[in-house]
Design a protein around this ligand. Structure first.
Ligand SMILES: *[C@@H]1O[C@H](CO)[C@@H](O)[C@H](O)[C@H]1NC(C)=O
Ligand SMILES: *[C@@H]1O[C@H](CO)[C@@H](O)[C@H](O)[C@H]1NC(C)=O
Length: 479
């Protein structure tokens, strides 16, 4: 009895403290964004020398190759790559509640990761490609049908900075069927389901997932889907996630009739294109506290952004952002012009170019993303570029190609999916997280952070490399 009473009074105390903290965060949030938007705020934030930070050449890197075709070698950054151990046999099928049946092709790979706010039961949530279900009994145009599966899991970080799974995997349920629109893509006509996961915090404070999916319309092939709250299809996350801190909202499970949480992101003027790997982002240096549907960086070679113009129960419909006035839209394509192809890799993340604790403004904050170069033989290289957080979201700078320690880009596919800011307190829980004067989301980077890059290795394994923001940011060319 005594213990129960003690427990319930502790709970009461805890609830009171969290209500206080929550109220405090709302108040603090309003006051910070409120001022951030007003003109008087401009210039009051931490002033940084953007160009000298971005173009800095660390010792010993001056003579390294910068892009394809240069003399010398690309630099190698980060700590040695580590493999994330995971048991595919333990994956639970959310439809049946028992271990996944009939998954017979491949293994779990291509891990996207999202950092959770402090106080959560797991340090991170991950979504990866799981084993595919190949079904020889079902044929379309002579090809066996294949259902691609996404798997969600909780992860923690070891004191060495490696990720470990702390839950079983759970499939994410996306009912889909093959599409006639894929007929010109050969055997792809028989492939359906979900792939290419990317995770992000929406400005509304929800953990969101974008993924490649079978198109909604039968005469199109593949499109991009958005789940604006992963808790709706991965209930364990709701129990694990701390809310009311770092701008994270409580789960609102309410769905309008027929609406659901799962939307197709739709660019109405490009009917025939197979859409993949869109780079979501939200305008501004700090979240507005309410926007769920992201803006998109659509291509990087010649920069093009999309903005949502209409939300229907099943779709978010996008329109191109006019970069007509911008002189920097081909900056990235020009800098890496000898690369065969450039593809998006990670979503865009906010990075403030001063140490954690400084005041965030639109002048000291950029959006960053990794992109992949791809050779004709499907070798992947990678580089980081920065973009303006305000309209029209033009590129600001583009960085050099780099290798990650322990990754062989000539012989292996090392496919990056996400970037995660890591503070010392994430690795050493006895340390205190640094406080920031404004409330920032868990995936907001600062200049003195480390950076975890998560990847797929040869379409077979999940891997990660730990580096630092400063190390990955150097030797940029200004646009
Ligand atoms: C994962 O990390 C959280 C937060 O640091 C901790 O409370 C939890 O016990 C850890 N879980 C496991 C299985 O180690
Ligand atoms: C982004 O563009 C805005 C408006 O042109 C400008 O005020 C701001 O300084 C730019 N941000 C950066 C980081 O260059």
């Amino acid at each position: 009895m005594g213990i129960i009473r003690l427990f319930s009074s502790l709970r009461g105390l805890f609830a009171a403290v969290s209500i206080f903290l929550f109220t405090f965060s709302i108040w603090n949030y309003n006051s910070s964004t409120g001022t951030a938007k007003s003109k008087s705020y401009v210039g009051k934030g931490t002033v940084v020398d953007l160009e000298s930070i971005l173009t800095d050449v660390p010792p010993g890197q001056g003579s390294s190759a910068w892009t394809e075709g240069d003399e010398g070698k690309f630099i190698t950054i980060g700590q040695p790559v580590s493999k994330i151990q995971f048991n595919d046999k333990g994956i639970v099928d959310v439809r049946t509640g028992v271990p996944l049946e009939g998954a017979n092709e491949g293994s779990t790979f291509n891990l996207a990761v999202l950092k959770l706010p402090r106080g959560s039961k797991w340090g991170f949530v991950g979504v990866a490609r799981g084993p595919t279900r190949l079904r020889h009994f079902m044929q379309i145009n002579g090809h066996s049908s294949r259902e691609q599966v996404l798997v969600a899991l909780g992860l923690n970080m070891t004191s060495e900075g490696h990720l470990i799974a702390v839950t079983r995997g759970q499939t994410l349920d996306f009912p889909m069927i093959p599409r006639e629109g894929c007929s010109s893509a050969g055997s792809w006509i028989a492939t359906y389901g979900a792939e290419d996961p990317r995770l992000l915090w929406t400005d509304a404070g929800t953990p969101a997932l974008t993924y490649a999916r079978s198109a909604l319309d039968n005469d199109r092939c593949r499109s991009v889907g958005l789940v604006n709250d992963l808790r709706s299809i991965f209930p364990e996350l709701d129990a694990a996630l701390a809310t009311g801190v770092e701008d994270v909202s409580p789960y609102d499970g309410y769905k309008e009739p027929g609406q659901g949480n799962d939307r197709e992101l739709y660019r109405s003027d490009k009917q025939g294109v197979i859409e993949k790997n869109w780079m979501p982002f939200y305008p501004g240096a700090l979240p507005d506290g309410e926007t769920a549907i992201p803006h998109i960086h659509y291509t990087v070679k010649s920069a093009l952004s999309l903005r949502p113009i209409e939300i229907t129960p099943t779709r978010a419909i996008y329109e191109d952002v006019d970069l007509g006035q911008s002189t920097t839209k081909s900056c990235i394509g020009t800098a890496h012009s000898k690369s065969f192809k450039i593809h998006q890799a990670s979503p865009l993340y906010r990075l403030t170019l001063c140490d954690r604790g400084c005041i965030v403004t639109e002048q000291n904050t950029v959006n960053i993303a990794l992109s992949h170069t791809q050779s004709p033989t499907r070798q992947y290289g990678r580089f980081l570029a920065t973009f303006n957080v305000s309209y029209p979201f033009n590129p600001i700078s583009v960085g050099p190609r780099f290798h990650l320690d322990g990754c062989d880009d000539e012989n292996d596919i090392n496919y990056a999916l996400s970037l995660v800011p890591i503070q010392q307190s994430d690795i050493d829980p006895s340390g205190k997280p640094k406080s920031t004067p404004q409330i920032v989301q868990p995936d907001h980077f600062f200049l003195d952070d480390r950076m975890l890059i998560t990847m797929g290795h040869n379409d077979k394994e999940m891997t990660s490399v730990m580096t630092t923001v400063r190390e990955i940011l150097s030797r940029q060319h200004m646009c």
